[in-house]
Design a protein around this ligand. Sequence first.
Ligand code: UD1
Length: 430
Amino acid sequence: MDRIKISGGNELRGIIPISGAKNAALPLMIASLLTSDTLTLENVPHLADVEGLMRILGNHGVDIAVNGRRERQEDGYSRTIHFTCRTIADTTAPYELVSKMRASFWVIGPLLAREGRARVSLPGGCAIGTRPVDLFLEGLAALGAEIEIDGGYVNATAPKGGLIGNHYRFPKVSVGATHVMMMAATLANGTTVIENAAREPEVVDLANCLNAMGAKVSGAGTKTITVEGVTSLSGARHRVLPDRIETGTYAMAVAMTGGDVTLEGTDGALLENALDTLRQAGAEITETPSGLRVVRNGNGIQPVDVVTEPFPGFPTDLQAQFMALMTRSSGVSHITETIFENRFMHVQELARLGARISLSGQMARVEGVSRLKGAPVMATDLRASVSLVIAGLAAEGETVVNRVYHLDRGFERLEEKLTRCGAIVQRVSE
Ligand code: UD1
């Protein structure tokens, strides 16, 4: 198992290219199941989750060519990948594959829409709460699907003539369930209105791609999405939007260490709330022609309270990183997690570096300390692990982050990007 060794204390200075968004790439790849033509995606990040989903799609009959070639390209940042699913080879998504990544459960929408049936294992993924799938199933049932749970699998069957458009209101905002409902509705008979839809930029990106494929989706980015069903979808070429979580993570890293970094190829409009929060904490952030410039020179880190919320609120996927930053603030901050009930596993690891954090229910009280000290720590989930890296960059001495396979799921070439900006970060393979 790989580990990452960090010698803390260096400021970050330079340029960090921001990759395509993992959380957009995954649903976009899954959308390739909706058509027999080729869906070409540009700017797909090279990540373990993307590779895992390619295996799952391959099992369903998707032919995948990276940069026009069939073999994998092991170097180079985000890639162009062609996905062609002439026929669905298998409507079952097995436990061995789905249990490794929660987003793979989302194949249920396209499989049901195109083939009229799907058998998909209940998911696994990061251990950040119970993460049920009730909203997905309720939404698909509203489109006429018959749903049965049997032996850890969801068996879903569409009515004879296909799914039927309907009006459905999600009782709770869910990104994944919005993606799935939107994809399923593209091929349904009639019009579907999805209320209380997730408004995340990744939902908009998927809607844009579906429309390029011939779907009729409107309202993505608002709480109400309308999908007029069509009989078939065609291929398209689509560029994955920049990763707002990666952007926010590196912005927080610079706020933590001090320095001056340009985050290239990203767009501040994707994470306004998080950037405003960082400004309050003392970072200077400006839009530049190539992306965002983040500077913190000399001034200290101010305590700021945050509450995670669905978009456009402060993202839960940046909560752990922001907590790392707040461990060095000049006062007390409160961080409240409202999306996932068990997303504080980084707290005890940050404490190993000297952070003072106390938990009470869904709220963490973080008392800033004047210094952190390097220590061995354990990565527990994707975003939590990168918070330990950020803390390690500012800690005195050596921090070793164990179980970095979590990081590889969501951060493309993290060590390289940080090293190029002056950090001392090294991957050690056992
Ligand atoms: C997506 C993101 C993840 C991010 C999360 C919230 C991807 C691959 N993952 O995850 O990085 O942290 O959005 O922004 O894009 N819920 C239910 N029933 C359901 C579905 C969800 O109760 O059927 C609950 C969840 O337990 C959670 C909340 O709804 O409390 C939000 O979950 P959801 O938006 O679905 O998260 P994901 O789509 O899994």
